[in-house]
Each structure stands twice: as C-alpha cells, then as structure tokens.
Ligand binder design. Structure first.
Ligand code: ADP
Ligand code: MG
Length: 696
C-alpha cells in the first residue's frame, strides 16, 4: 500500500463510507493523511457540582444515586436519574433518546459527567452529558482531540480511526518534499512529524509549529506559481490603447457624491495606464466600503466608450448579482452605454447560449459574472478590460484564463484585504498597486466591543432597540449545525436559542453555505429588502454583501477567526448613514486572545490592524484555527502568518536563482508536490475551514 492506494482497501470502508469520504475529497490514503483537523478540543479538570451561568461545560466525578428511569414524552425517550459528587452535592441527569443505556447504567456506578450544569429553582441539573469511565477521562485530560470537518453520516471518531490506520500503514513511507537543509534552516518539524502532530498533538505549542509549516508550504507554492507567471516589466500594446473621453469626467461630476481624493488618485493612475500604450496590470486595494466598485465602473465605462468589451468577475454569485443590479440601475439613471449581461452558474442553459452569442457578436459590451466567465464557450468579440473583485479568491491561473480571451487585455484586481505594502509587493508580484486608504467622509466609524459570553443578554437587549428603530442585525456563528465540538456556536441552534429573547414580530432567519444556492440568494435578497430583521449566519456573508440598513454585527467565538477574516466580516456594517456596532464575543478567558481581539476594538483601519497584528504575533496560543479561507488560503492567514510569507518569498528567490526548473535531485519531492499543486490547487483539494463560500 502506498500514498495512491484507494481508501476502499482499508478494512471497513465499503461503498457507502467510501462515498461519504469522497464528499470530503478523500479518495486515497494520502488524502486521508493530509486531511487535517480544523480545531482541537481538550477536556477540563474535574470540578464540584455547581451551576455555571456561562454556558461552559464542566466535568464532575459523581455516583449514580438512583436507578435510571425511562419515560416517554412526545417523541423523546428520556432516561433520568440523580447523581451526586464527592461532597454529596446532588444533580439531576437527563439523557435523551438513548434508551439502551438503561441496561448499562445502574445505581452505585461512578462516572465523570461532562456537560453543562444549570441551576434550576430547586436543584442542579445536567442534560445530555457525556459519560466517561474515570480512567478514560484521566487519559483524555492529557491530550488534545482533533476535530475534523465532518459530513453527515461520517463521525469524527470514524474519520479519526481511518486516519490513524492510514498513518500506521504509511508512516515509514512518508518523505519530506522539502529539502532537509531548508527545513532545518527554518526550524520546521519534518513532514512526518507535522502530519503526526496535526492528527495527534501533545501540546498546542506543537500544533502552532506544525501549522506554521503548513502555512509556509501553502505560501510557498502560491508564490512559486505567481513567480512563474510574472514577467517583471510593463508590457506595451498597440491594439488595446484607450483614448480619454470627457464623458467619464462628466459622469464623475454627475454622481450624487464627491469621489474621495484617493478614489480619484486611483482612477487617474488607472486611466494613465489604459491610455498610455501600456497594458494595465493593477491592484486596487482598499478597506471594505472605501468605494472600489466605483473605480471599476469608471474603468469599464472608459473601456466601452473605446468600443471594447469589459468583464467584471466576482467570487460569488450573490456578489455578482449585486454588482449587476447596481450597475444596471446606474446605467439607466445616467444613460450609460452599457449593454449588460449577468453570467453565473445558475443561469439557465438557454439563456447562457444567448449571452455567449451576445459576447461573440458584441451586442453585449459588459458582462458581470462568477467563474462561469472562464468557461470555454465564453468568447469575446473584442475584450479590452477584465476587473476581478475580491481577487484573492481567484487563483492566478484563473485570471490568466480570462486574460487569454482577448489580446493585450488590461487587468484590474480589487482587494479588500488590506495588507502592508511590503506584503502586497510579494503577493501581487508583477502588479502596480493603487491604495485607497480613506473611507468616504460622512461615514460614522463603527463602534466596537470585545466582550465575554456573560454580555450576551445585554447585547440582545441592545439589538431589540435597534430593531425598534428599524435597523437590522447580523449574528455570526462559526458552525452550521451542532457538531462534536460543543463549544462552538452553530447557526441552527443559535437561531432557536435567541428566539425567546425577541418579540414574535422580529423576523429571524438562518444562512449558511450548506444551503442550496437558490435558497441562499433568496435569504440574502430578503435581508436586503428588510423582510428579515436578524440574520444568523456563518461567514458566507463575508464577501462584499451590501446592506446599509444593517447596523449591528455580533460575532460568536470571535477568538476562533483570523483577524483578517474578522475585519472583513465587520465590514458588512457601517455602510450607511446610521451608527453601527460590532460586538466580538470571546468565549475564552484567555489574556492572549483578548489582547488580539482588542486590536479590532481599537481601530477600524484594516491597514493598522494588519500592522499591529504583525508586531504582536509570537509563538504561543493558537489563534485563528477557524480560518474563513477568505484570502484564498486554506491553512494560512495573511495576518497571522505573514512571517511565513516573508520566509517563503526569500526561499523561493534563492530556489529560482539556483534551480528554476526544480531539476536537481534534491528537489524531486518539491517538483512532485508542485505538479500536484498546479493540477489541483490547495483550495480545490480540501478545506479544513468550517464554512467556505463555495463557488456556484
Ligand atoms: P468596496 O470598496 O467595499 O467594494 P463599495 O464600492 O461597495 O465598497 O462602496 C460602498 C458604498 O459606498 C456604495 O454604496 C457606494 O455607492 C458608496 N460610495 C462609493 N464612493 C463613495 C464616495 N466617494 N462618497 C460616498 N459614498 C461612496
Ligand atoms: Mg466591493
């Protein structure tokens, strides 16, 4: 057996399990081995039986005082009994829908009860605890348990079992793709250690080191791919040189707002590129809400005035739709010459054909879409400009595909993940950079609070008032549904949990990435048209959604997200004329986590956050285990792991000078991984993040 052996060769995996694993993109033993957890769980030390008002789970060593009784209420079968701790403190226990436990549980037995202890009016109680034999629990106290991204029907335990099996089979065969001297120089764990640590760590410090290596590798291959596409110098063009049109200036003057100075500067820089025989290749980076779309529209306007076609590519269907709507409105309002089409995955085949025809004969001069624009039948009559929004979601190769659909096509990419200039220079290799460091003037800065879970009730109270005033609310949870990791909030249960706090007239809805595309769009549209007051969502709302009437965002388990992701999420509020608020709920009591989140509390400036975060990072507690994947990276967070980006950049510089084609014998492993990367990418293979907006 080797890396490529099918998992179906493992004892116990048949057609059914195999199909479930396939859903997680796991087909070979290698896939299993590199399917890394998205979080780790550790169990708390034993305590006495007392109620804890914070939703925290406790572990109590206790004895069954009574023989369990089985009752039926509605569809539930409830097993109930009384237990008491070492000091004879009693508590009531209820276990739902596991009637068979009646056979194993008996008065006098001793277990560790792990769960939430609540203080009722006259007694303590614990519902649905996990029961452990004492020896078993003591063993667990010493370790950290990996939590894998699961799929329905495939439990964490099952995944863990087969990963362990794969590791045992392959252990001796695991080779490090990176040359030894490089690994030693950077002080990384070996590849085998890294794999072992990720699945079965002894400490969180170890995990931190292993994750750094993963981030490094991811950056490494990403940078290698841009280095190979990079030409280094500005290319000249004869066929695609634009002329200046006064109409653009007239349009700017007619807008209901004045462009900010930096918007104007960015536009002038782009116009300069477009009209100077150079092929424009420019990154426009600016914080969420700074008005990048306007810049794109100006450039596309100029393109169409020059008789060419333009394309605007967005990473999600929702975002593409939003652009389509607002640009269509503007076209009517200002009599712009756009003949627009919207091309996304969910457009019907018949309509698609019509759009293809319009693009190839030129009746459509502006197409807005998702990666459906990259498909083969999309042929332009004369493509002049491609703008990609939130470009970090697209691979370099995808951009190249679109670029190749015309001759000397101008490229503008827009990014809302603000990064220090030094990082931008690395990540966007050959590109020129325009930065928009300011927000439009009249915006009120978002007010922030970093709080613990005890603050929730006051937060709901505050939301009630905001809703009374006609505003809307986002609540973000990391999980879709209840999972093994009980400490993380999930949207489904959360929406039910908060229901009693609000009047019946308050409309609460749930949104997550596992919903069907059409359902997702429906919910987002309903939220946009104020048919929903509170949207309980995962990070799918992260990219570009614009609902200016939403003024409160509360992020649960904020400690689990990368700072870059949190900052992006927060950008969903503070987009209109109302004062907006962001509440970061930190469910740990850790100083470190608080300090980190406090950066977000102090400032709304993405550039400053990036810089501050780079300064304060250091080994220690693992942060941002739940990456949103927003920056297009699966394991790496641009802020948290920026140090690895610098190192990878440096190492690639040396590598490309010494052995550009990776032909040296010591680079065989690298070369192989590199080929794998160019074929699948990291992202397509699998994502350990909980919720990734999938391309539709
Ligand atoms: P982002 O940079 O995050 O993509 P958008 O382009 O979506 O931001 O702009 C956010 C909002 O600000 C939009 O409603 C847009 O019309 C508005 N806007 C853009 N430029 C200005 C400006 N100079 N003054 C006021 N509002 C502006
Ligand atoms: Mg935008």
């Amino acid at each position: 057996m080797d890396y490529q052996t099918s998992i179906k060769e493992l004892k116990g995996i048949g057609e059914k399990n195999g199909a479930l694993f396939h859903k997680l993109h796991i087909d070979t033993l290698y896939d299993l081995l590199t399917f890394f957890p998205r979080a780790y769980e550790s169990y708390p030390a034993l305590t006495e039986a007392t109620g804890s008002d914070h939703d925290k789970r406790v572990a109590v060593f206790a004895t069954l005082k009574s023989e369990p009784k089985l009752t039926h209420i509605k569809k539930y079968q409830i097993l109930s009994f009384i237990a008491s701790d070492e000091k004879d403190q009693c508590f009531h226990v209820r276990i739902f829908n596991m009637p068979y436990l009646k056979k194993t549980l008996h008065a006098g037995q001793r277990y560790v009860f792990y769960g939430k202890m609540t203080q009722g009016t006259d007694h303590l109680s614990m519902d649905q605890p996990k029961l452990f034999k004492p020896e078993e629990y003591f063993r667990m106290l010493e370790g950290y348990f990996p939590i894998y991204p699961c799929t329905k029907g495939l439990s964490n335990e099952t995944i863990r079992k087969y990963i362990r099996m794969a590791y045992e089979i392959l252990e001796e065969q695991i080779r490090d793709p990176f040359p030894d001297d490089l690994i030693q120089k950077r002080g990384f764990p070996s590849y085998r250690d890294m794999v072992r640590i990720m699945h079965n760590p002894d400490s969180m410090d170890e995990v931190f080191r292993a994750k750094k290596r993963l981030a490094y590798e991811e950056f490494f291959f990403f940078l290698l791919s841009i280095r190979q596409n990079e030409s280094g110098q500005v290319k000249k063009t004869e066929v695609n040189c634009f002329q200046k049109y006064e109409e653009v200036d007239a349009f700017i003057a007619a807008l209901p707002f004045k462009l900010t100075d930096s918007q104007l500067r960015a536009w002038k820089e782009i116009e300069q590129d477009l009209c100077s025989h150079a092929i424009c290749n420019r990154l426009v980076q600016g914080d969420v809400g700074c008005g990048k779309t306007m810049i794109a529209i100006l450039a596309l306007y100029s393109c169409v005035l020059n008789g060419k076609q333009g394309a605007l590519m967005a990473p999600t269907e929702v975002l593409a739709q939003q652009h389509f709507q607002s640009i269509t409105e503007m076209t009517k309002q200002y009599g712009l010459p756009f003949r627009i089409a919207l091309l996304t995955g969910s457009v019907k085949a018949k309509d698609k054909k019509q759009i293809y025809a319009g693009l190839s004969d030129g009746t459509v001069n502006l197409v807005i879409g998702t990666h459906a624009l990259l498909e083969e039948p999309v042929v332009f009559r004369d493509l002049g400009l491609v703008v990609t929004d939130e470009q970090h979601r697209f691979g370099v190769r995808q951009r190249a595909v679109l670029h190749a659909k015309g001759q000397d096509v101008h490229t503008i990419v827009m990014s809302a993940t603000p990064i220090p200039r030094s990082l931008a220079m690395i990540l966007y290799g050959g590109m020129n950079v325009s930065t928009i460091p300011e927000l439009p003037a009249h915006r009120l800065p978002i007010k922030n609070a970093v709080v613990d879970i005890g603050y929730r009730k006051s937060a709901y109270h505050f939301m009630k008032q905001q809703i009374k005033e006609g505003r809307q609310i986002y609540i973000i949870c990391p999980m879709v549904e209840a999972g093994i990791s009980e400490d993380l909030e999930n949207v489904e249960e959360y929406a039910e949990k908060i229901r009693p706090f609000f009047d019946e007239t308050v409309r609460i809805a749930v949104l997550h990435g596992k919903m069907k595309g059409t359902d997702k769009n429906r919910i987002l549209n309903e939220f946009a048209s104020h048919e929903i007051d509170i949207l309980v969502s995962t990070t799918v709302v992260e990219v570009g959604i614009n609902v200016p009437n939403a003024t409160v965002m509360m992020i649960e388990n904020a400690e689990r997200f990368g700072l870059a992701a949190l900052h992006q999420l927060r950008g969903r509020v503070g987009r209109g004329r109302y004062q907006s608020y962001c509440i970061f709920v930190d469910s740990t009591a850790s100083e470190k986590s608080k300090k980190r989140l406090d950066i977000l509390g102090r400032t709304n400036d993405g550039f400053e956050i990036a810089n501050a975060d780079l300064r304060m990072r250091g080994p220690g507690e693992l942060s941002g285990t739940l990456q949103s994947g927003d920056a297009g990276f699966v394991y790496a967070d641009l802020y948290d792991d920026a140090d690895m980006l610098y190192l990878a950049n440096e190492d690639i510089g040396t590598l490309i000078t010494d052995d550009p084609l990776l032909e040296d014998a010591s680079h065989m492993g690298l070369r192989q991984k590199w080929m794998e990367y160019t074929e699948h990418g990291y992202k397509l293979k699998k994502s350990p993040s909980l919720e990734n907006d999938t391309f539709t």
